[in-house]
Design a protein around this ligand. Structure first.
Ligand code: CO8
Length: 258
């Protein structure tokens, strides 16, 4: 447990859980809160015993967007000087897998945070959307980029232009979320997956994360080179020796994490 104002953290075995915790405003993300999320994630990322990070929201929602009250009086120059998106760029550098557990509203900056997760499980009551257009602004923390890479231009434009909310079923059919669960079990189900993933050899898990992310940004051949480099790199680990030896000896591997 750490002393945060707007989030809670806990360790469930090898899983580091970060709870968004401003339930009175549906976990609207203010700048302090984003900084706290970043600090918590980076702290977990540096802990060897933490193998997976789980991000979830307390109360009725995952997060209903950036804190509108905080943004209302900003102007172009104040925004430029705040440079708040530097924190978001750092969030994308976390090496530990991040799994989102989403329920209720997942809007605007909240949706952008969910899209930063490597995978997402959602409650069947979850509602996703980018309502920024209705405030005469637009997504600013990656929404136009990440959603378009995921869905393609036409679908992304339809969502972001309309500002409409999409049901959990639609989000599932578009591949935005991995699986749907009833609202009262989604956290447990996500935690179960996180625990299972935490049992895998962590270096391989990290190298896979890195390579899959490159597939989104790199041309195919560059991505292939990157994949190969990570593949070779894993042959320096003790876990690779153990994994293959255990297979040949027909026993369960005992992975050490190096
Ligand atoms: N910011 C500030 N307060 C909020 C926000 C928000 N995004 N969302 C909800 N709240 C507050 C409400 O003001 C209300 O407070 P109070 O009780 O003091 O009046 C409380 O949360 C509960 O909300 P509602 O009474 O409105 O609850 P409803 O169930 O009636 O409605 C909705 C839920 C539909 C989700 C509604 O609250 C809503 O439309 N919220 C705003 C959604 C929105 O526009 N989000 C986008 C914000 S802009 C954005 O995200 C830009 C991202 C840029 C980069 C990210 C930087 C962090």
């Amino acid at each position: 447990m750490s002393n945060y104002q707007h989030i809670l953290t806990e360790e469930v075995g090898p899983v580091g859980v970060v709870w968004l915790n401003r339930p009175n405003v549906l976990n609207a993300l203010n700048r302090v809160m984003v900084r706290e999320i970043l600090e918590a994630l980076e702290r977990f990322d540096r802990k060897e015993r933490i193998r997976v990070i789980l991000l979830a929201g307390k109360g009725k929602a995952f997060a209903a967007g950036a804190d509108i009250d905080e943004m209302a009086e900003e102007n172009t120059i104040s925004m430029e000087l705040l440079n708040q998106f530097a924190d978001w760029d750092r969030l994308a550098q976390i090496k530990t897998p991040i799994i989102g557990s989403v329920h209720g509203y997942c809007l605007g900056g909240g949706f952008e945070l969910a899209l930063l997760c490597d995978m997402m499980y959602a409650a069947s009551d979850a509602k996703f959307g980018f309502p920024e257009v209705n405030l005469a602004v637009m997504p600013g923390a990656g929404g136009t980029q990440r959603l378009t890479k995921l869905l393609g231009k036409t679908r992304a434009l339809e969502w972001i232009w309309s500002g409409d909310m999409m049901s959990a079923e639609e989000a599932l059919s578009f591949g935005v979320v991995n699986k749907l669960y009833p609202a009262d079990t989604v956290f447990e189900e996500t935690l179960n997956f996180a625990k299972k993933l935490a049992e895998k050899p962590p270096l391989a898990v990290r190298m896979i994360k890195e390579a899959v992310h490159k597939a989104v940004d790199y041309p195919l051949q560059e991505g292939m080179y990157f994949e190969r480099k990570n593949f070779y790199l894993l042959f320096s680990s003790q876990d690779q020796k153990e994994g293959m030896k255990a297979f040949m000896e027909k026993r369960k591997p005992d992975f050490k994490g190096y």
